[in-house]
Design a protein around this ligand. Sequence first.
Ligand code: HXC
Length: 257
Amino acid sequence: MSEPVVLVETVGRVRVLRLNRPKALNALNREVAAAMVAAAQAADADPAIGCIVVAGSEKAFAAGADIAEMKDQTAGTMAAADWFGEWEAFAAVRKPVIAAVSGYALGGGCELAMMCDIILAADTAKFGQPEIKLGVMPGMGGSQRLARAIGQTKAMEMCLSGRMMDAAEAERSGLVARVVPATELHGAAMELATTIASMSLPAVLSIKESIRRASEVALTEGVRFERRVFHALFAGRDQTEGMTAFLEKRTPQFTHE
Ligand code: HXC
């Protein structure tokens, strides 16, 4: 039997999804897309999970969409299949998703990392949108999310030249939250994910939804949305527990409701 293209592991309240096509540097073919979306949705639906980590190998988070699989497609076959459309379901996951990026995150690999909520990078990480060198362009949200993450001029430079960015530049540009030595990447991602997963799930979901909205709507509407969601959290038990625990100088016991 062939190896699964996405390895799934649960550690406490954290679900780890690891891309597993080492011979193709984790190139994202349709099998990987289906497996990743299904695994992310399963984690999202599982009440025992509070945070998701997406990882690749030491050499490559993912070197892009699978070029061999795309080469002979036509505009018609791509449109009929809505090629890459399945990734919208991944981006729509409600629980926080951390991308732990080591090595190459190129093309669809960079786009997958940007669909996640937090990118942690190893000092070996390299980000880029090299599609221009193949005679095409980003197709999994890269032109939109990279421009929002690092600004128009830098996104233009990267997408039009295909230049790669190293981890330090990615951190300076605001693409990644933090850079750590490669050997510490997994531990750092698990520590962050475990911290997030220990928090009240309704508060976590509300924060993700609210911050995501910041890049979608006007400021006044976003601030009003945030206030309404904030008010709604006072209907949950975790708000009472969190505030009572603070005043009693003890650690809160969240029940995620
Ligand atoms: C399919 C890929 C691949 C990819 C690497 N491989 N990237 N296969 N799709 N995106 C395969 C290689 O063909 C090779 O297979 C094996 O992985 C190892 O790759 P090498 O090139 O031999 O490794 P190395 O010399 O270390 O170079 C690493 C690399 C290079 C710099 C990352 O592989 C590279 O440039 N890859 C392509 C990156 C890219 O253009 N990504 C964007 C794709 S388009 P064999 O069988 O020879 O060992 C995209 C967006 C799609 O993502 C949207 C537009 C339609």
